[in-house]
Design a protein around this ligand. Sequence first.
Ligand code: S3P
Length: 263
Amino acid sequence: MNDLELFREELAACDDKLMDALMERYLIIEKIMVYKEQYGMPILQPEQEEKQKSRMLVKLHDNKHRDEIYDVFRQILRNSKKIQARKLFDYNIVLIGFMGAGKSTISDYLSTMFAMDIVEMDQVIAEREGMSISDIFETYGEEYFRNLETNLLIEMQEKQNVIISCGGGVAMRERNVTEMKKNGRVVLLKANPETILDRVKDSDERPLLNGHKNVEYIGKLMEARREKYEAAADIVVETDNKSVLQICEDLIQKLLEMDGRHV
Ligand code: S3P
C-alpha cells in the first residue's frame, strides 16, 4: 500500500469518528430536550450557547485551521437547534397582533434560537410587488393588499416548521384565520397602546398609523380589532415590560402546554 492509500484510510477512519461523534451529540441534544421539558426548565438558554462557543475558541486558539473548524462547529450548533425545533414544533408558528406588538422582533429571535425559517409577510409582499407597503396602499388600495395577504397564507400551507410573521391586519379576515390554522398554531402578541406608540413612533412604514400616531387612536383601533385577534389566537402572550427572551420563553411554554407537554 502506498502512502496516499494510507492517508485515505486514515481520513476515512477520521470521518467515521466524526460521524459517530455527531450521532452521539444529537442523541444527547434530544436527552437535554426531554430533561428540560420534564423539569419545566427554560428551553432557551442563550448563555449556554455562548459558553460552548467560547470553550471552542479557547481550544482552537492557536490552531492554523481555527476558522475552518469553528465554521463547522457553528453549523453543528445550528443543526442542533433544528433538531430541537422539529422536536418541539411540528407545525408553523403564526404570529399575529397589532402593529408594533413585536411580531418581527420575536420572529427574528425565535428563528435564531431554533434555526427556523421566517416568512415575514409584509416583506415578502413588498419584495414581490417591488414597492413598499405604503406605496401598495397608495397605488392599489387596501383591498388589493389584503388579497395579497390571503394568497400568501394559502401558499404557506406547503411549509412546515417555519415562523410566519403576519401583518397586523391579517387576522381580521376569517378566511385568513382558517388558512393559518390548517398547519399552524396562532400566537397573539399583545401590548398596551403606550408601548405600541413607543415602538412605532419613528417609522412611516405603517400607512394606517401615519398621521395618527397617538395613544387614543391606537387604543381605538386596537379595541376595534381585539375580538377578532382573540378569536384567532391559540395562545396569547403579553409583551409589555418583558425582554425578548422572556417573551419567547413564555410563548414556547404556552405552546408546549397546548400539547400537554409541560409538567
Ligand atoms: C397593518 C399592519 C402592517 C402592514 C400594513 C397594515 C394593519 O404590518 O401589514 O401596514 O392593518 O395592522 P405590521 O403589523 O407588521 O406593522
